[in-house]
Design a protein. Structure first.
Length: 289
């Protein structure tokens, strides 16, 4: 499909994630478009949400609401852990997750594995506010590689692993596989925590049940937490949670508050109280698990 031709003619981008239902964005200016070796990438300007990146017709991130997603994906596992020194990010080529992880003073090193160099390069140039210089931080190492191969082969160990992946279509599909989860478990330190983007549960409930089933052989505590991100339409977004530290999911808000205040940075969405509440799930998600 000629995405750019369609956009220039209609002056809109209609998201293609769900059949028969979706959202559309006015395209005020196209900054970049490329068919990479792995996927179709476009970055454009929208009056309401600022700069937006889409891969294969699916919205990945926007300047206006990215902080919700990135704060909840980074700070929940890191503050739940309480002493994470080494962090692995799979995906996250826009740099927003790296930015948030590096705000934690106890973190000594972050390895980011991204399959597509073009995504990193274009986001540095056209979405610079996402990374906010994080790629240049001496604590950060970016590896251009397949995430499944990396976790299956690396000899490094990590305290927290964040899978900031696309939806389970195209190149992102393997990051929802049992082989990937097995690899993540093998390179987690004792008491480590794994989290992953898991879609909008009301629209993608099969992803919840499938992920729960595939994670369960590798972790004694498997669950989900949630947040509502405006551009990921259809209800709450769920984040998969896997760990053998069964107390990590139920750390009291007062303890999280102490860790948060000690870290000494401000957030725009995340709070320790939201952290604790995020693990309370609606019944239809509980039933799917």
């Amino acid at each position: 499909m000629d995405f750019l031709g369609e956009i220039m003619e209609k002056r809109t981008l209609r998201e293609t994630l769900h059949s028969g239902y979706g959202q559309s964005f006015d395209v005020d200016q196209v900054f970049f478009e490329l068919d990479t070796d792995h996927q179709h990438l476009i970055i454009f300007e929208n009056e309401t949400f600022g700069r937006i990146m889409a891969l294969d017709g699916v919205i990945q991130t926007t300047e206006r609401d990215e902080f919700i997603y990135h704060e909840m994906m980074a700070h929940v596992p890191l503050f739940a852990h309480g002493d994470a020194k080494r962090v692995l990010i799979i995906g996250g080529g826009d740099g927003g997750m790296l930015r948030e992880v590096l705000r934690h003073p106890e973190v000594e090193s972050v390895t980011q594995v991204e399959i597509d160099q073009a995504v990193v390069d274009m986001c540095k140039e056209y979405l610079p506010n996402h990374s906010a210089g994080a790629f240049d931080d001496p604590k950060a190492t970016v590896v251009i590689a397949d995430g499944v191969d990396y976790v299956s082969e690396t000899s490094d160990k990590f305290d927290v692993i964040i899978s900031d992946c696309t939806d389970p279509i195209g190149p992102g599909e393997v990051l929802f596989s049992s082989r990937f989860y097995e690899g993540c478990k093998r390179c987690l330190n004792e008491g480590g925590i794994f989290v992953a983007q898991n879609g909008v549960s009301f629209m993608q409930i099969d992803e919840v049940s499938t992920t729960a089933k595939r994670l369960s052989p590798y972790f004694s505590d498997v669950s989900f937490y949630s947040a509502a991100v405006p551009t990921y339409v259809g209800g709450i977004m769920t984040f998969a949670w896997g760990t053998d530290n069964e107390s990590a999911r139920s750390v009291e808000a007062s303890v999280i508050r102490e860790r948060f205040e000690k870290a000494g940075f401000k957030t725009r969405f995340y709070t320790p109280e939201l952290h604790a509440a995020a693990f309370a799930l609606p019944q239809y998600v509980i039933d799917a698990i």
